[in-house]
Write a protein that binds this ligand. Structure first.
Ligand SMILES: Nc1ncnc2c1ncn2[C@@H]1O[C@H](COP(=O)(O)OP(=O)(O)OP(=O)(O)O)[C@@H](O)[C@H]1O
Length: 359
């Protein structure tokens, strides 16, 4: 990881909950605080915002110490310059969207101030400017809330389950905007989520929480496939691969993607060459052979190396593979593992039966 933009360490006690968590976040991109309900995601976010004061706490943002309880230092929330977006947008009901955005803009300070037009454009707010919150859909309200937070020129953007109050259609509408923010903002974003789909699509880094503790932290692709962590277990386990459009095969209705592990064919995508594409490959859609498969109908076959294995349930084995440095998962049976004589370090061929786009 490059020099962290945020270093946090907090400990606090509640009657039936103990938080003791430390993590770092890189300067750009989305760091997801991910874990089951009650694991402490919101509490941790509130500690970062200074809305919750942890008796033991240390927080450094962009090289400046905001909190160091050992030294009696606590920068209050209004001096942290943090944009906080909640599950449900709390907009000023009697003001238009412009009025709501202007409220954030007037409070802007600091070097990170984004131009008005830039934020309107990033979030597609132009058609909404004259409307009032009551006339907006849930997704539109969230876009306005995010815009208002950005216009206040934050040092950090904190998103607390910003999609959880939205229905499927509204989520689908707002996700591309969040992706654009991720790709274009030079601002650390912390996203609280318990939805794997959201995290697979939006996050670059993951802080995995369980019962107030950090189970692991690192790049998404790594965290999704680490066999000692829960994401790589069972039916939903999947790898997330960052690829680019390498070319199109219009005659076959296919698009070819390249990633460090080789090429992948997917149903035709309407994207230009070199566009980034994030794909999800489920462990159960990957089978392994020792010899290069011949005369197979499966288009996607990669050379990979067995990195690690872990038995699962009565019959299964989760295999972590590395294809050109990119981690993948394959869920096979113990019987197949023995028949193939699989060992860590061995070279295999991974046949991929299905690839889903993450975006
Ligand atoms: N204000 C509070 N006072 C006392 N206990 C609280 C308070 N807020 C949260 N808790 C408790 O702290 C623990 C962590 O809650 P927190 O909301 O941080 O978890 P979470 O991972 O964000 O969960 P969820 O996804 O359900 O929001 C839970 O046991 C919760 O009941």
């Amino acid at each position: 990881m490059t020099e962290a933009a945020l270093k946090a360490r907090f400990a606090l006690d509640r009657p039936d909950f103990h938080l003791e968590a430390a993590f770092e976040a890189p300067p750009g991109g989305v760091t997801a605080l991910f874990g089951p309900s009650g694991s402490g995601k919101t509490t941790l976010l509130r500690c970062v915002a200074g809305l919750e004061r942890a008796p033991e706490g240390y927080l450094e943002v962009g090289g400046t110490v905001w909190q160091d309880e050992d030294a009696g230092l606590f920068r209050p929330p209004h001096r942290r310059g943090v944009g906080y977006v909640f599950q449900e947008a709390a907009l000023l009901p009697h003001r238009t969207v412009t009025g709501n955005l202007a409220y954030g803009y007037r409070r802007a300070r600091g070097p990170r101030r984004l131009a008005w037009g830039e934020v309107i454009d990033l979030l597609g707010l132009e058609p909404l400017l004259e409307r009032r919150p009551a006339g907006l859909s849930g997704g539109e309200r969230q876009r306005v809330a995010i815009g208002r937070a950005l216009l206040a020129g934050p040092n950090l953007l904190l998103l607390d389950e910003p999609l959880s109050a939205l229905d499927r259609a509204a989520k689908a509408e707002i996700l591309p905007y969040l992706e654009r923010l991720r790709d274009r903002l030079a601002l650390p974003v912390l996203l609280v989520s318990h939805a794997v789909d959201e995290v697979a699509r939006l996050a670059d880094h993951l802080v995995l929480l369980e019962a107030g503790h950090v189970q692991g932290t690192g790049p998404l692709a790594e965290m999704a496939t680490r066999l000692d962590l829960p994401l790589a277990h069972g039916e939903p386990a999947e790898a997330v691969v960052e690829a680019r459009v390498a070319g199109h095969e219009p005659g076959y209705g296919l698009t070819s993607l390249s990633f460090p592990g080789g090429r992948l064919s997917v149903p035709a995508l309407d994207r230009p060459p070199d566009a980034p594409v994030r794909v999800r490959i489920r462990a159960r859609d990957v089978s392994l052979t020792r010899q290069p498969p011949r005369e197979t109908s499966i288009l996607n076959v990669l050379t990979a190396r067995v990195a690690d294995m872990r038995e699962e349930g009565a019959e299964g084995v989760m295999v972590r593979l590395e294809a050109g440095g990119a981690p993948l998962l394959a869920r096979i049976t113990r019987k197949s593992r023995d028949a193939l004589g699989l060992e860590p370090g061995m070279e295999v061929f991974a046949q991929i039966k299905g690839i889903a786009l993450a975006d």
